[in-house]
Write a protein that binds this ligand. Structure first.
Ligand code: ADP
Ligand code: MG
Length: 710
């Protein structure tokens, strides 16, 4: 299919021309351009942006070159050319001279042709990468340009450099040749062919150059500022169009999807809130609850994401929302990604609701036979008000009498498709609340989660003591062990966590066992008891071991990252993480969140070998310096790039040509604000000033990408 890469098909006829019709291309090169770099049309070539520019006016002096430069550019003449070496090591060596000295230019391949085409004693501009061969600095296979007047004039001139492939180069389509094709195209292109797609007001507000100008200038900038402004405009365009699409998708869902109306706050909610709430809500919890309330009174389906750092109190918000459902004659369910988490949720919710007449039940894969049957009956006949469980809730056999609210905890463990299955649990889709502890910067969350509304719990319950985090190396292991001993003597508990990486499971297992033996030797029974938990254990054994730690029968929990999500043992005050280097920042933060849940001062000890790489050191420093999940996730993105944030990799939504949602955050924010403002005034884009944008959207053909976003 043509157009696969073409995201700007508002181009007029000429830009939809097949690439082989461009001057200098033809059928053979056309085929190659399609195959190698997916350039099908004139428009595709126009959007084939340079990845860097070479400043053709910055000249190095030969005498100053010392071999540590990356690329250099020199100006001078060839004073001598010889062919050296035998057989396969035969090469052409040209002695090149400027006013400061001489250097060798060397060609190992294609040297016969170079020998014929190069001339002595004419002025060249030479560009290449310095290499050192037998202790002598030289330039191998440099680019050779006859010095043009334009360059010699000394006016700044940036040459665009385009990505190319070996196959393209072999057919003469070097970076330079691609640049030439682009110039051919621009020469025959009138700016009128490139229609504006950003409303004028936005262009003016952010001082963006017109679209046509940006396309010309990104390929042919007259200077650095020029190319920067062209890029800024085109990045803004990419992000703005993406935001417009996301916002429109959301608007459409809001207009179309009917939802249940939770019109009253009734007795159940009020009784619980006034008489049984064990603490007062934080401001953030109250705010999010209000947002949920607003979502559920309008007769539209709620689709809301609640982000809140570990320990910020998401469960209470979920519970209160479920009580609202009950007050309005609906059932609610809460789905968690693991059996352990579901059990914990069930236990704490059942305890909290003990004094009320709300019926809560638990359904997981391990509940079988009669017990299961009884629960399923209670769900269908409406006896059960709140059903807590794992993805077992998604099974067809789980049919509700009247499900009004479905809550999903720890969203990133569930796929979009699974979430969609919850929609089918009633005649009208129930309200959906997704809770995640992976803090993502707000604008990014809106980009990734598409049409979900986002709420943030950005406040911790009062009285928490910030966790003290330290870095310790192998040398200090005895002190770390003694420290654990002291804490246990004070009646506290400790976690020791080992990394788990799928492709070396065996090794991880061995590490864990070795660690376990060491810990056991240091903490002998009957004074100390240890629980061990890992993925290779049968579920029930793992369960028992976990349970013993939860109830305080064991003092130390040796585990792999299976404990990462959700486990709540407020008495645990120490988290020791082994081989810290092998964890990502967000994961470290999740693990650390297992402690600091009670009133006691808690500690996180990051263990590493005695030598630590610069990279690891940087991550460890972030952990030591802050407890703030948002700062950590920003840092994580900075270090690893957005592609590594869980759930974003396959979404396709982060595939921008120019924009980088981390580095270009200010542009992303501005694009989001503009998009929202425009759609607020003119949701169907009917105003004349939005016509260009509307035409552009209509002409975009790659709908498939967008249908993937939910
Ligand atoms: P998370 O957001 O990680 O799911 P939880 O809902 O498990 O956090 O809450 C963590 C702990 O904080 C729980 O023990 C909970 O009872 C307690 N908690 C929640 N909200 C408050 C509050 N407003 N004041 C005091 N403690 C709270
Ligand atoms: Mg939780």
């Amino acid at each position: 299919m043509y157009q696969t890469r073409n995201i700007i098909s508002t181009f007029t006829a000429i830009l939809s021309n097949p690439i082989e019709y461009l001057k200098g291309v033809g059928p053979q090169k056309g085929e190659l351009l399609r195959k190698e770099i997916q350039i099908y049309t004139f428009g595709d070539l126009l959007q084939y942006f340079p990845f860097r520019y070479v400043d053709r006016t910055r000249i190095d002096k030969i005498a100053d070159l010392n071999g540590y430069e990356d690329f250099v550019q020199i100006r001078g003449r060839i004073i001598n050319m010889v062919v050296m070496g035998e057989n396969r090591s035969k090469r052409l060596v040209a002695t090149f001279k400027d006013e400061s000295g001489t250097i060798d230019l060397v060609w190992f391949q294609g040297w016969q042709w170079m020998q014929k085409s190069l001339r002595e004693n004419v002025a060249y501009l030479v560009f290449g990468r310095i290499s050192v061969f037998n202790g002598v600095t030289q330039l191998a296979h440099p680019e050779m340009d006859l010095l043009t007047e334009e360059i010699a004039s000394g006016k700044q001139f940036l040459e665009p450099v385009y990505y190319t492939t070996e196959k393209l180069k072999a057919r003469g389509l070097t970076a330079k040749a691609i640049g030439k094709l682009t110039r051919n195209l621009l020469e025959q292109l009138s700016p009128l062919e490139i229609r504006e797609n950003i409303p004028l007001e936005v262009l003016q507000q952010y001082r963006l150059m017109p679209r046509a100008m940006a396309y010309f200038k990104i390929h042919l900038p007259t200077g650095e500022e020029d190319s920067r402004q062209a890029q800024r405009r085109l990045k803004f365009e990419e992000l703005f169009i993406a935001q417009i699409r996301i916002c429109r998708l959301k608007l459409k869902r809001q207009q179309q999807s009917h939802g249940f109306v939770f019109s009253t706050v009734g007795n159940t909610f009020n009784d619980f809130y006034n008489n049984h709430l064990p603490f007062s809500l934080t401001g953030a919890q109250k705010r999010v609850l209000k947002e949920i309330r607003t979502d559920t009174v309008h007769g539209r389906q709620m689709n809301r994401l609640v982000q809140g750092d570990v320990g910020s109190g998401k469960t209470m918000v979920a519970l209160l929302a479920m009580l609202l459902a009950k007050d309005n004659g609906f059932q609610a369910c809460l789905m968690a990604p693991t059996e352990i988490l579901s059990q914990q949720h069930y236990k704490s919710i059942a305890e909290l609701l003990e004094p009320t007449d709300v019926k809560v039940a638990l359904l997981t894969g391990s509940i079988k036979g009669k017990a299961r049957k009884k629960i399923l009956e209670g769900v269908i006949n409406g006896e059960i008000d709140i059903l807590v469980g794992t993805h077992a809730l998604l099974e067809n056999e789980v049919a509700f009498k009247n499900l009004g609210l479905a809550i999903v905890d720890e969203q990133h463990r569930f796929g979009v498709a699974q979430r969609a299955r919850l929609w089918e649990k009633n005649t009208i889709p129930p309200h959906i609340l997704v809770m995640t502890a992976t803090p993502i910067p707000r604008t990014l969350a809106m980009t990734i989660y598409g049409d979900l509304d986002v709420s943030v719990i950005d406040e911790m319950p009062p009285g928490r003591k910030p966790i003290t985090t330290v870095h310790r190396t192998e040398w200090q292991r005895p002190q770390v062990m003694n420290f654990i001993k002291d804490e246990v003597a004070k009646g506290r508990q400790a976690y020791i966590v080992y990394p788990l990486i799928e492709d070396s499971e065996k090794l991880d297992y061995e590490n864990l066992m070795k660690g376990y033996e060491e810990v056991k030797a240091f903490f002998p029974e009957p004074k100390f008891y240890i629980s061990m938990v890992h993925g290779r254990q049968p579920a029930d054994q793992r369960q028992t071991n976990m349970q013993r730690f939860v109830t305080g029968d064991t003092h130390i929990m040796v585990a792999t990252t299976v404990i990462e999500v959700g486990v709540n043992v407020p008495n645990a005050s120490v988290m020791v993480i082994e081989s810290t280097e092998r964890f990502g920042l967000s994961q470290l933060h999740q693990l650390r969140g297992r402690v600091g849940r009670g009133a006691e001062q808690s500690f996180c000890v990051l263990m590493t070998g005695n030598k630590v790489s610069k990279d690891s050191k940087e991550r460890i420093n972030v952990m030591v310096q802050t407890n703030d999940g948002f700062i950590i996730s920003e840092k994580d993105m900075e270090l690893r790039g957005p592609g590594d944030i869980e759930g974003t990799r396959q979404s396709g939504i982060l595939d921008f040509k120019l924009a980088d949602i981390v580095a270009d955050r200010p542009i992303l924010d501005a694009a989001r604000t503009s998009a929202e403002k425009i759609l607020e005034n003119d949701p169907d884009l009917l105003l004349p000033e939005n016509q260009g944008l509307k035409d552009f959207l209509a002409s975009q053909r790659s709908k498939s990408l967008w249908s993937k976003i939910s």
